[in-house]
Design a protein around this ligand. Structure first.
Ligand SMILES: *Cc1c(COP(=O)(O)O)cnc(C)c1O
Length: 369
């Protein structure tokens, strides 16, 4: 008898998670490097203190104030005419995605995505006993609509999960692709995961613009990245009211704590400040892409706050070389590629120095052998 008596499909599985290492330069989980100002901290603390006076009571199960605040925010961030009944929120967009599969996936149903993509998606499918099918992208990571159409025709998925911009490649999806996917899946749900939406380049549209045209479209966002609030755990989606209603069936009772709601509401009041560094981070991203290309590396075009670069014969050795120099990046994506999150100018300088040094040392070692 094995103990504990785990579900068959979970045996021997390692829990997901990037290494949380205490090093000076952390560029591995796409966080915003800038923390909140003293003023925002004080307002969040005051809001949490007020919430604390009623912690003997359960929180507002429908988190109405927060939904109204998120609708207003989205209407200034690519959306239009969104109201509170079109918004749903949970503890991170990871929980949002799990709830979507709890409601719309499940045994006998299939979820589809296109690799390389976010490594958590197959885990939500597994945890909800949803069949998982991964298609592929073009060699340059752009979306292969013909391949996707064939895969959808073959598997008739209940849910398609697609980040735009994609993680780990940074690739955004054109409107035509999203519209076509919604048309191809009249009986299913198309989730466009815009965790990095605020970082998209000038002229790149948000899927929020398509919500009025497609009732099976779901657009998710998070406060974890551009919003600089990863520690608060707040993700949300915009969709047809019927979809939000359906999610109320599977959510745990009072899943958003009073503390979380108070924190997120206070953060929304300071949205301008929390998002103030986004322009700077986008510029830093563009110059990082340029610098990496000037060094002769392949770099995927990025609409996010990270870039995927390569190709390295031994990417683990490069990753380790950077870590030895106090810079933590991410070993992810197709073999040979590495992903670096965009930090402050000083952190990016440290990254560039560490990469140059690492590759110089590695080159000398191969010359010697
Ligand atoms: C970081 C990320 C999220 C956000 O997760 P949270 O649970 O909101 O912190 C969602 N999707 C993708 C593709 C991500 O990279």
């Amino acid at each position: 008898m094995t103990f504990p008596p785990l579900r068959e499909e979970l045996r021997g599985v390692e829990p997901y998670g990037a290494p949380q290492l205490d090093v000076p330069v952390q560029l591995n989980v796409n966080e915003n490097p800038y923390g909140p100002s003293a003023e925002t901290v004080a307002d969040i603390a005051a809001a949490v203190a007020a919430a604390a006076t009623t912690l003997n009571r359960y929180p507002d199960r429908e988190f109405t104030e927060l939904r109204e605040g998120l609708a207003a925010y989205l209407n200034g961030s690519g959306g239009s005419g969104l109201s509170a009944d079109q918004i749903w929120a949970a503890n991170g967009s990871n929980e949002i995605m799990l709830q979507v599969l709890q409601a719309f996936g499940g045994p006998g149903r299939t979820a589809v995505s296109f690799a390389p993509t976010y490594s958590m998606y197959p885990e939500y499918a597994r945890d909800t006993s949803t069949t998982w099918v991964a298609g592929r992208r073009h060699e340059d990571f752009s979306f292969d609509l013909d391949h996707a159409a064939a895969l959808i025709a073959e598997h008739a998925p209940a849910v398609v999960l697609l980040p735009s911009p994609n993680n780990p490649t940074g690739t955004a999806l054109p409107h035509e692709v999203i519209g076509k996917l919604c048309d191809l899946l009249p009986g299913g749900i198309v989730v466009i995961d815009e965790a990095y939406g605020e970082f998209r380049r000038e002229g790149v549209p948000s899927a929020l613009e398509l919500l009025p045209s497609y009732r099976n479209l779901v657009v998710t966002r998070t406060m974890s990245k551009a919003f600089a609030l990863a520690g608060a755990r707040l993700g949300y989606l915009a969709a047809a009211p019927e979809i939000c209603d359906a999610l109320r069936v599977v959510r745990l009772p009072y899943h958003l704590s009073a503390v979380t709601q108070a924190t997120a509401n206070a953060a929304l009041r300071h949205a301008d400040e929390l998002l103030a560094k986004v322009a700077e981070l986008r510029a830093e991203r563009d110059s990082t892409v340029e610098w990496l290309r000037a060094q002769g590396h392949a770099v995927a075009d990025s609409d996010a706050n990270f870039c995927l670069f390569g190709l390295f014969e031994d990417r683990h050795a490069v990753w380790q070389g950077l870590l030895d120099r106090g810079v933590l990046i991410r070993e992810t994506g197709p073999d040979g590629w590495l992903r670096v999150s965009i930090g402050t100018a000083a952190e990016m300088m440290a990254f560039k120095d560490a990469l140059t040094e690492t590759l110089t040392v590695m080159r000398k070692e191969t010359e010697l052998t």
